[in-house]
Design a protein around this ligand. Structure first.
Ligand code: AMP
Ligand code: MG
Length: 417
């Protein structure tokens, strides 16, 4: 049994990300949200594209108005109206001003903007009642970004701000990594699909769906391989096919020490190198992590525990970081831990890092954690619904008092109020 942090680090070391040249595709901008860039995006333009006004007011020559005050206003002649989108037609000469609106180009000759509130207009005459600073309210060309500068890098996730930048840079299409394909197979003679009548002793294969949903949520493509019985020949064939077709393979069940737990043996027969067989976590102790050294590119195989909650926890703690790295993201692969004040006492056995699920609430004094009611058995799927985090009781600790600050593995972006 190795500690969870060690296992996560070892797993991340084993991941070979998709290739930014080979494993990419072009998508339209509206299809790009959530995708990972496989190209860096260079600005084709200066931002701002030209000197423009940040306010509604008058474009003037600083020299003309520097002495203006309410008692000694400076009077200028308005020679032009410049709304946004209309290039100025005239140069502002001494004694002149141009009406200018937010976003409009600053005319030549003018070197500052007097905001409307500091002026009084009569016909084509304008009184300046207060002096602006030199270049006040002028957004100068290229001061945000210059043409040729890098706007976005390979490995950046496309979120709404990136979409805005790409649109502003006139990119209607963008190169992204293809979505990783993740094969999912469930092992166990007792398993049936949700559509089959349940006979005594049988269990519905919920892991197939839970894992597919997790894979989808992370922007990858689940390849659902269905249920494979605990028969070494069939299992071997199913694993072989999955390894050939996918970028990562997840199986659940069959990795414990039971009589029908064949996964590890079969992996070895197929030439896999097994790196991890159990991790000091509860739930989720049996976890097989293997690679196929002869396969190009290399592939990571996770043999997850069969218990439904164990499978979920193992995914959140170990598979998700690996999938983030595989997807081409440059960083932030690791699981996210938050700190929250626990409403209840948290108990654990002390031998393994223990995860207890519950809700995370945002309060004015910070995050709070409330333990889900009911059994925290690894077989109890039911009360993990509606939770956002897993409180962590470290190895060597058997009890955390109510009111203490605890580390919480964040499993669901949406928090409760
Ligand atoms: P195993 O690791 O194969 O011994 O399975 C441990 C427990 O998880 C057993 O109670 C199984 O019935 C259950 N289990 C295994 N696979 C699944 C699955 N795909 N969906 C739901 N429960 C499962
Ligand atoms: Mg089994």
């Amino acid at each position: 049994m190795i500690p969870a942090d060690t296992a996560e680090a070892q797993i991340l070391d084993l991941v070979v990300p998709l290739d930014s040249r080979r494993d990419c595709e072009t998508v339209s901008l509206l299809q790009a949200t959530g995708r990972i860039l496989s190209e860096s995006v260079i600005s084709p333009l200066d931002f701002p594209h030209w000197d423009n006004s940040a306010m509604d007011g008058y474009a003037v020559r600083y020299e003309d108005v520097s002495t203006a005050s309410e008692t000694t206003p400076v009077e200028l002649t308005v020679v032009e109206d410049i709304p946004a989108g209309k290039p100025p037609q005239k140069t502002v000469e001494p004694g002149q001003a141009a009406r200018i609106l937010t976003g409009a180009m600053v005319p030549t000759g003018a070197n500052t903007i007097v905001i409307q509130e500091n002026t009084q207009r009569e016909g084509d005459r304008i009184q300046i009642l207060s002096p602006p600073g030199l270049k006040a309210f002028i957004r100068e060309r290229g001061t945000f970004v210059k043409e040729g500068d890098r706007l976005l890098s390979v490995g950046n996730e496309v979120t709404p701000p990136e979409v805005a930048v790409l649109a502003a840079a006139q990119r209607s299409e963008v190169q992204v990594y293809r979505r990783p394909r993740v094969a999912i197979l469930s092992t166990g003679n007792e398993l049936v699909t949700p559509n089959e009548p349940l006979q005594p002793g049988q269990i519905v294969d919920s892991n197939q769906y839970a894992l597919a949903s997790l894979v989808q949520q992370m922007g990858a493509i689940p390849l659902c391989q269905g249920i494979v019985s605990d028969d070494p020949t069939q299992l071997k064939q199913a694993i072989k096919t999955a390894v050939e077709e996918a970028d990562m393979v997840l199986s659940s069940g069959g990795v414990s020490v039971g009589d029908y737990d064949y996964v590890d043996t079969i992996l070895q027969e197929l030439g896999a190198a097994i790196h991890i067989q159990s991790v000091a976590v509860k739930p989720g102790k049996p976890l097989t992590v293997a690679t196929f050294p002869k396969r190009v590119p290399p592939l990571l195989y996770f043999g997850l525990p069969g218990n439904p909650v164990s499978a979920l926890v193992s995914f959140w703690r170990f598979v998700a970081p690996a999938l983030r790295k595989l997807s081409g993201r440059v960083d932030n692969w690791s699981a996210t831990f938050l700190t929250a004040r626990s409403h209840q006492v948290l108990k654990a056995g002390g031998k393994r890092e223990t995860y207890l699920w519950g809700q995370l609430h945002t309060t004015p004094s910070g995050l709070e954690f409330s333990l889900a009611q009911g059994s925290h058995s690894s077989g109890n799927l039911i009360n993990i619904t509606g939770t956002q985090g897993l409180a962590v009781v470290p190895i060597g600790v058997t009890e955390i008092e109510a009111g203490s600050q605890v580390r919480v593995l964040w499993i669901n972006q949406a928090l409760q109020n």
